[in-house]
Design a protein around this ligand. Structure first.
Ligand SMILES: *[C@@H]1O[C@H](CO)[C@@H](O)[C@H](O)[C@H]1NC(C)=O
Ligand SMILES: *[C@@H]1O[C@H](CO)[C@@H](O)[C@H](O)[C@H]1NC(C)=O
Ligand SMILES: *[C@@H]1O[C@H](CO)[C@@H](O)[C@H](O)[C@H]1NC(C)=O
Ligand SMILES: *[C@@H]1O[C@H](CO)[C@@H](O)[C@H](O)[C@H]1NC(C)=O
Ligand SMILES: *[C@@H]1O[C@H](CO)[C@@H](O)[C@H](O)[C@H]1NC(C)=O
Ligand SMILES: *[C@@H]1O[C@H](CO)[C@@H](O)[C@H](O)[C@H]1NC(C)=O
Ligand SMILES: *[C@@H]1O[C@H](CO)[C@@H](O)[C@H](O)[C@H]1NC(C)=O
Ligand SMILES: *[C@@H]1O[C@H](CO)[C@@H](O)[C@H](O)[C@H]1NC(C)=O
Ligand SMILES: *[C@@H]1O[C@H](CO)[C@@H](O)[C@H](O)[C@H]1NC(C)=O
Ligand SMILES: *[C@@H]1O[C@H](CO)[C@@H](O)[C@H](O)[C@H]1NC(C)=O
Ligand SMILES: *[C@@H]1O[C@H](CO)[C@@H](O)[C@H](O)[C@H]1NC(C)=O
Ligand SMILES: *[C@@H]1O[C@H](CO)[C@@H](O)[C@H](O)[C@H]1NC(C)=O
Length: 482
């Protein structure tokens, strides 16, 4: 049966919860309160205008007032969510024989269930249920929801914080601001969708602490935050028990991928310098996201994922520089390693740069006259020891089960490549950017990618990358390769 829009809407509406006003929010102050009468009447207006079904699903509101800044209290709960029993490690089995017996010769091998329908596939003859079916599903979607909530706030916060002339000075017009505003609206939809799938205990919106101080840094932060938002979902999509949830989540994250590309354009970067978008484990996304969440409302649903120790890239290529390699300790902190543009001026800056060939103003596409990074580049790194408090209410604790730091894992496109780590202390060292291609003509290390310090160079591929977690000493950090 073809799945129509109405079927999806009906199924989602049936799953959706209506206790929509979160703690700390007042019931009247947002335009998106799902169960309020004002919102139902505005939905009704929309419906009649577009002659759509009378049951346009309403959206879930975020907090009525998000607080920005650091958290300085102590948490009532500490540590990741844990089940009553925790095993010692994942046991990896062999390849099930049935996975390798299909002849793959272009012929049909089984009777067709219907005209024009080849045999096989999964879930093509069942009634779809858009729910979660395991702790893995719940925790993965809950993580994605934390991400959608911060994006909703982040895009609005940037627009509120910087003036029209700040944006203008960074080369961004009123129409560009409208596009960012529309991205915030997309996040309302994504947060609602995931909340509806999760049910009444779905995580609420939180309060945030952002590192940027100007439009250029805001744009770079958005470019990097959407990179791990997108990659964090690709990492688990194929592993969800619920294929139905995976289908809808992919349709959301494809939108997020477009946001990432547009923020790269606003950042003056080449929009898509890779052939494949990378996926990373949930604990990598959570490690990168948690430091920007200052506190969450009481009774917030907690997450089971790991927070690894923070990783700084001391000579992170800085896209605000004419020669990106020249920046040293020029980021706004560990993890995302967002560019710091405050101290860059004159001919060292690439924005509005007319004296040398090429600038880095917002554009559909940009060639950098000097590449941001290159194979063979020495990369200097420092990292934290485990045991630090991070995340909402400082209520999570960084940890690592790895042994001695020995490698840097470069996770990009379809590849996990290791470079040797030259230690200069227990928590600092250097490595050399590897020279590896995904396919001939496609340098694997490009774009905004992930690096981590590991104790092993274990061979991994996109579908089993999360097995790297027990080997992670620190990181990930986002490396700005192109
Ligand atoms: C986090 O802080 C908020 C605001 O102070 C508070 O309402 C909430 O209960 C705290 N949560 C935890 C887990 O400590
Ligand atoms: C960049 O150039 C534009 C157009 O000349 C100007 O409006 C803008 O203020 C300049 N911005 C900076 C930061 O120099
Ligand atoms: C990354 O991609 C950009 C844009 O295609 C290209 O200019 C640059 O040389 C690439 N970097 C590497 C290391 O291949
Ligand atoms: C938190 O949950 C408990 C148990 O459900 C409830 O008694 C309490 O009132 C809740 N607190 C807040 C601030 O919502
Ligand atoms: C860019 O900066 C790096 C680091 O200082 C330097 O080695 C390189 O020669 C510079 N490139 C150009 C083209 O100036
Ligand atoms: C980097 O800069 C920060 C402050 O801007 C300073 O606290 C830190 O020590 C510096 N790190 C290095 C390795 O120079
Ligand atoms: C960013 O750079 C400025 C100027 O170099 C410096 O004062 C500031 O501390 C830096 N910010 C961070 C978060 O390191
Ligand atoms: C942009 O970079 C590509 C690939 O490096 C090169 O072939 C092309 O000539 C460059 N275009 C311009 C206008 O610089
Ligand atoms: C970066 O690493 C290289 C190679 O280990 C080392 O020679 C250099 O001193 C390091 N630079 C800094 C600033 O730590
Ligand atoms: C290792 O690092 C030291 C300084 O920390 C540097 O002198 C040495 O050249 C580095 N060795 C390699 C192979 O990069
Ligand atoms: C480095 O690690 C070793 C072994 O874990 C420990 O004995 C030593 O004290 C550490 N050094 C520093 C400076 O932390
Ligand atoms: C990179 O990924 C491609 C595609 O999976 C694979 O064929 C290739 O062997 C990988 N390269 C390395 C160096 O791991």
């Amino acid at each position: 049966m073809m799945l129509t829009k109405t079927t999806i809407a009906a199924l989602l509406a049936s799953l959706s919860f209506v206790t929509a006003v979160p703690q700390g929010a007042t019931s009247t102050s947002t335009s998106t309160t799902s169960s309020s009468s004002s919102s139902s009447s505005s939905s009704a207006r929309r419906s009649s205008r577009y002659a759509a079904s009378s049951s346009v699903p309403s959206t879930r509101p975020g907090l009525s007032s998000v607080f920005h800044g650091a958290y300085s209290g102590s948490a009532t709960v500490t540590g990741a969510l844990k089940a009553s029993s925790v095993g010692t490690g994942i046991v990896v089995g062999g390849v099930p024989p049935a996975e390798t017996t299909y002849p793959s010769d272009g012929q049909l091998h089984d009777a067709q269930p219907a005209p024009y329908v080849p045999a096989g596939g999964v879930g093509t003859n069942t009634t779809p249920i858009y729910n979660v079916q395991s702790d893995f599903d719940y925790e993965s979607l809950a993580l994605a929801l934390y991400q959608e909530w911060i994006e909703l706030d982040l895009f609005q916060y940037g627009l509120k914080t910087f003036s029209d002339s700040d944006f203008q000075d960074a080369g961004l017009t009123a129409e560009d601001r409208t596009l960012i505003e529309f991205m915030a609206e997309q996040e309302i939809g994504h947060a609602t969708l995931i909340s509806n799938i999760l049910g009444a205990e779905a995580p609420q919106q939180c309060n945030y602490n952002y590192p940027f101080t100007n439009v250029r840094e805001f744009v770079d932060f958005c470019q990097k935050l959407t990179r791990f938002g997108e990659s964090g979902v690709y990492g688990f999509l194929g592993h969800l028990n619920s294929r139905e949830a995976a289908t809808l989540l992919l349709q959301s994250i494809s939108t997020e991928a477009r946001q990432q590309l547009i923020f790269r354009q606003f950042d003056g970067l080449f929009p898509m310098p890779v052939w494949f978008e990378v996926g990373v484990p949930q604990s990598w996304a959570w490690t990168l996201l948690a430091p920007y969440i200052s506190s969450c409302p009481a009774n917030q649903t907690r997450l089971a994922w790991q927070n690894f120790p923070a990783l700084w890239i001391l000579n992170q290529p800085n896209p605000a520089r004419y020669n990106a390699s020249q920046g040293f300790n020029e980021t706004l902190g560990a993890g995302t390693n967002t560019l710091n543009s405050t101290g860059i001026s004159g001919s060292a800056a690439c924005f509005n740069n007319t004296g040398q060939s090429g600038n880095c103003n917002p554009a559909i596409t940009q060639n950098r006259s000097i590449p941001l990074s290159y194979p063979g580049r020495v990369v200097n790194l420092t990292w934290d020891q485990p045991g630090k408090l991070v995340g909402p209410n400082n209520s999570y604790v960084t940890s690592s089960s790895a042994g001695t730091p020995a490698y840097v894992a470069w996770v990009s496109q379809l590849n996990v490549t290791y470079s040797a780590l030259n230690l200069s202390s227990n928590t600092s060292g250097s490595t050399v950017q590897p020279d590896v291609e995904t396919f001939a003509g496609d340098p694997a290390v490009n774009g905004t990618l992930f690096i981590a310090i590991t104790d092993s160079d274990i061979f991994l591929t996109p579908f089993n990358l999360s097995l790297i977690n027990e080997h992670v000493v620190a990181g990930p950090a986002l490396y700005q390769a192109g």
